[in-house]
Design a protein around this ligand. Structure first.
Ligand code: ATP
Ligand code: MG
Length: 332
């Protein structure tokens, strides 16, 4: 069953320099109980996609076209109050910076209790008990429910936000780089917390992250974005172990290899595109080692490859995949 379906989403920001198309026809869908990753380097449009899904774009952000359906409902046509209810009750959002989600003048326990009591007909005692449980689940000392946000470290604040987001047993958890800026041990614990709760509640997870090793460990399916477009998508094993798009191949080399412990890091040469003018051909063409004439003139569509659920947007995917395979065969 499909829980979230994003279809041909186009989002622009009106900026002082004119319109900036940050998301250019993104489609993907997430089934019930599935862990899904949105990946791609900085400025590829990950957060903008998520904000458009949740109706959290700033005033100068416009959904130009496309559809977003959640559990059969059209999310783009909800009223602000319908969206507010849905956000708390069915979709939990853990934003990129935890501090933005917390009220500085209210104790964290009171914020969680208030969220529970606003949406559930429960006594203060029950809401308090649930708050304590949530603190324990995310590894915070329940004795600190009366503390204020500034009394917690960055990692602890992120856990408070996770506890708050999960207070109402959501069907979908959306976490936008939930561990940015935190040290590695705390990062692992936070990802473990999210996964533990996701399993307990049998919810789906949309995890936005650059970190290929986190995706490999935690996600069933993924999309790789570049310049506001999907480059490759499908089962994580297929996409990461048999990347077919040249960009995914480069992205994978930008991190320590998954199957050996190479400590040299390679990255995709060149810079991400500026999106103020829509490119005529493939958005990755200027950086692509496989680019041909067609790539400069014709934008590729996401084509589904003949194995489970694997889509790739590249005119030369077959050639690129063959060359990668040959290179791998020679080195092994
Ligand atoms: P990161 O990995 O750095 O979080 P991202 O993939 O989440 O990057 P977005 O934040 O969605 O990328 O940004 C996509 C593009 O939209 C970028 O070019 C960015 O500069 C632009 N952008 C993002 N937010 C705004 C905004 N509020 N106003 C104008 N442009 C924006
Ligand atoms: Mg982002």
């Amino acid at each position: 069953m499909t829980l979230l379906e994003v279809e041909d989403l186009v989002v622009r920001y009106e900026t002082g320099d004119g319109p900036l198309h940050s998301v250019n026809g993104v489609s993907f869908s997430i089934g019930g109980g599935v862990n899904y990753a949105l990946s791609g380097e900085s400025a590829s449009g990950k957060s903008t996609t998520v904000k458009a899904i949740l109706g959290l774009l700033p005033d100068h952000g416009v959904v130009e076209s496309g559809h977003v359906r959640f559990d059969g409902r059209d999310l783009l046509s909800l009223t602000p109050s319908e969206r507010q209810d849905l956000l708390w009750e069915e979709i939990a959002f853990i934003p990129q910076t935890a501090i933005d989600a917390l009220d500085p003048v209210m104790s964290v326990g009171a914020q969680i209790r208030q969220a529970i009591q606003t949406h559930r007909d429960v006594s203060e005692r029950t809401a308090d008990r649930r708050t304590h449980e949530l603190f324990e689940t995310v590894g915070l000392n329940p004795a600190r429910v009366g503390d204020y946000p500034h009394q917690f470290s960055g990692g602890m604040r992120q856990r408070v936000v996770i506890a708050m987001a999960l207070a109402l047993d959501p069907k979908l958890i959306i976490a936008d780089e939930p561990t940015t800026g935190l040290d590695v041990i705390v990062q692992d614990k936070i990802i473990d917390n999210i996964l533990q709760i996701q399993k307990e509640t049998d919810s789906s997870l949309l995890l936005i992250t650059h970190d290929v090793s986190v995706i490999a460990e935690t996600c069933d399916e993924m999309s790789v974005l570049y310049g506001g477009k999907v480059m490759e998508q499908g089962c994580t094993d297929n996409v990461l172990l048999n990347p077919t798009h040249p960009y995914t191949m480069g992205l994978k080399n930008a991190f320590p290899s998954l199957d050996d412990n190479r400590d040299t890091l390679a990255s995709v040469p060149g810079k991400p595109p500026t999106l103020d003018t829509k490119p005529t051909g493939c958005v990755f063409e200027p950086r692509c080692p496989f680019a041909s004439e067609e790539c400069t003139t014709t934008e590729p569509d996401v084509e589904t490859l003949p194995y489970r659920n694997h889509g790739v947007s590249c005119h030369n995917a077959d050639q690129a995949a063959r060359m990668r395979q040959d290179a791998e065969d020679t080195t092994t």
